[in-house]
Design a binder for this molecule. Sequence first.
Ligand code: 6GU
Length: 253
Amino acid sequence: MRIDVVTLFPQLFDGPMTESMLWKARDRGLLDLRFVQIRDFTTDRHRTADDTPYGGGGGMIMKTQPVVDAIAHVRQGAPTNVPVILMTPQGRVFNHAIAKELSNHERLVLVCGRYEGIDDRVRQRVITDEISIGDYVLTGGELAAMVIIDAVIRHIPGVLGAEGAADRDSHADGILEGPHYTRPPVFDGLGVPQVLLDGHHAEIERWRRKEGLRRTWDHRPDLLRKAALSEDDQFALAEFAEEDAELMRRHGG
Ligand code: 6GU
C-alpha cells in the first residue's frame, strides 16, 4: 500500500513513523509512505502557504493553490479513484470499520491542515473524504494522520506478526478485549486467573470472551447494541446485570 501525506510539517512524522511496527511495514515493502511538503508548491518568493481569512476573525487560512498543486503532484499516475482524505475535526469519526475499509485501497492521500483551517475550495475541488479522530480539536492534522496510518496498516496482511491478529483486536467484532497477563505469577500480592495457568485451550477462549464482554459491559455498554452476540454471550451479560443489581440492593444506587 502507498500512502502520500500532504503536509507543511513532514518532520513531525520522523519519530513515530520510523519505529517498531511502522518501520517493519516500510522495511518489508508493505507500506510505501511518502511526504509532500506543501510549501514546495508555493509560488512567491517568501513561500507563503497561508493568508488572512475573508470576513475577518482570528487566525490564518491555508491557501488553496499550494495545497491543490501538492495533491495534483502526488496524484500524477495514480488511479482516478484514489481517496484524497482531509484530516479535519469536521469529518466523519474514525473507527475500526473505517480503518479496515481504507486498508483495502492500493493508495491513499492524507491531507493535513494547520492554522485555523484550509480554504474550503480545496475541499470542494479535490477532497473525496473527510475524517476526524474524535470530538476534540488538534493543532493540526498531522497527529490524526499518524493515528490513521497506524490503525490502517495493522490490517495489511503480513504487517502484524500473527496472521489475522487485527481481527482479534478490541473492536474487531464489536466488543473489547479482556485482560492479559505475563510472568511473574504473583505481583505485589496480585495473582493471575487460574484458568490461564491450567492451559485448557477451550476454557481459556471461553474465559477471554467472557472477560471481553465484561469490559465492554463496564466501560462501553454502547458497543453491545451493535455487537454480534451468541447465546453464551447473552447469558454472560445477564449474569453481569444480575451482579450489578445485587450490588445495588446491598449498597444502594
Ligand atoms: Cl483529523 N484534525 C484536527 N485538526 N483536529 C482533530 C482531528 C483532525 N480529529 C480530531 N480533532
